[in-house]
Design a protein around this ligand. Structure first.
Ligand code: FDP
Length: 345
């Protein structure tokens, strides 16, 4: 007889299979895909943790499609995830921050399309700050099973069948949703398994942390400037001033927002007129997770996941987090839309 006092650990594999068994007709392909990502994540996590020893830090001398310097670990993560997805032959194409065009995998009949940011927050790699891998999964829409084309990948975020991230922080965690709530797993390095640490995560409806790169303050819209000032005003009744926190890795900032509540914002600015963050492999997947946890994600006025994508590397502004905080910033953006700050004499 098992000892009832001993807490039973549920592994990622076990959890995925149990979830799949709730749908008798399921063939297990999506489960396989999630397991493949889990495996690649373990390999990337191992490498991230010993990056300084194996001389895998630093630039590799090339730039990615956005003109950003590519670090060696970005490439390593990209390759590991692509290999993992190639193995199970159920994904026909991968779109990654590190590759200009679509990457066709050998199974052109594979029914899934996977977007990924293999290593988000990569400018933090060298300074030992949390980074992560983000993924977003779609069904291939077209009936044809010929060569997959880029236009087939241009689906709005509401069509995602699963999305999530792996965060390489003080521990390595994997968070994902298939549209039935959000689950979180922590990697136990001693047994090499992701163990369920929280199921059906619900985030606070409001929080007292705001997160934004305030260095760009001068190029924000007036509504956003007013909102950030609102966050800083002292008011006991509404628990203000809020605290400012900005890690500079979207995946880590959004994870903190998921667990503690509050808001993360990356608006448009003079430097990034359409916002900096990528719709398809940063904003959509994180919005899916946050919405599933009861939060909200907007591009300003509308829902991120309803933005019709025009290109695979499209950028968007984003306001994401606790429902009340996101609604509040939207009310400021609406109130001051089109207005300029009056210059004081
Ligand atoms: P990074 O450039 O380090 O890859 O994906 C872009 C991103 O990181 C996000 O993870 C992060 O939130 C943002 O850029 C940080 O940008 P700023 O340096 O402009 O604040």
């Amino acid at each position: 007889m098992p000892d009832k006092k001993v807490k039973r650990l549920v592994t990622l594999e076990e959890y995925i299979i149990q979830a799949q068994n709730r749908f008798p007709g399921a063939k297990g392909d999506l489960s396989q895909l999630l397991r493949d990502i889990g495996l690649a994540a373990k390999i990337i996590s191992r490498e991230v943790n010993k990056a300084g020893i194996t001389n895998i830090l630093g630039f590799d001398g090339t730039t990615n499609v956005h003109g950003e310097a590519v670090k060696k670990l970005d490439l390593f993560a990209d390759q590991q995830l692509i290999h993992a997805l190639e193995r199970s032959q159920i994904t026909c194409m991968v779109i990654s921050e590190e590759n200009d065009g679509i990457v066709r995998l050998s199974s052109s009949e594979g029914k899934y399309v996977v977007y990924m940011d293999p290593l988000d927050g990569s400018s933090n790699i060298d300074v030992n700050v949390s980074i992560g891998s983000i993924f977003s999964i779609y069904m291939r829409e077209s009936k044809s099973n010929g060569k997959p084309e880029e236009h087939e990948a241009l689906q709005p975020g509401v069509k995602q069948v699963a999305a999530g991230y792996v965060l390489y922080g003080s521990s390595t965690i994997m968070v994902y949703t298939t549209g039935l709530g959000v689950s979180m797993f922590t990697l136990d390095p001693s047994i090499g398994e992701f163990i369920l640490s929280e199921d059906d995560i619900k985030m606070p409806d409001k929080g007292k942390i705001y997160s934004i790169n305030e260095g760009s303050y001068n190029s924000w819209d007036l509504g956003l400037k007013k909102y950030v000032k609102y966050c800083q005003v002292e008011d006991e009744k509404t628990n203000r001033p809020y605290s400012a926190r900005y890690i500079g890795s979207m995946v880590a900032d959004v994870h903190r927002t998921l667990m503690k509540g509050g808001i993360f914002m990356y608006p448009k600015s003079h430097k990034y007129p359409s916002g900096k963050l990528r719709l398809m492999y940063e904003c959509n997947p994180l919005s899916f997770v946050i919405e599933q946890a009861g939060g909200m994600a907007l591009e300003g006025e509308g829902r991120i996941m309803e933005v019709p994508p025009k290109s695979i590397h499209q950028r968007t502004p984003i306001y994401i987090g606790s429902r009340e905080n996101v609604q509040k910033v939207r009310s400021f953006l609406r109130e001051y839309a089109g207005r300029e700050e009056s210059v004081q004499a």
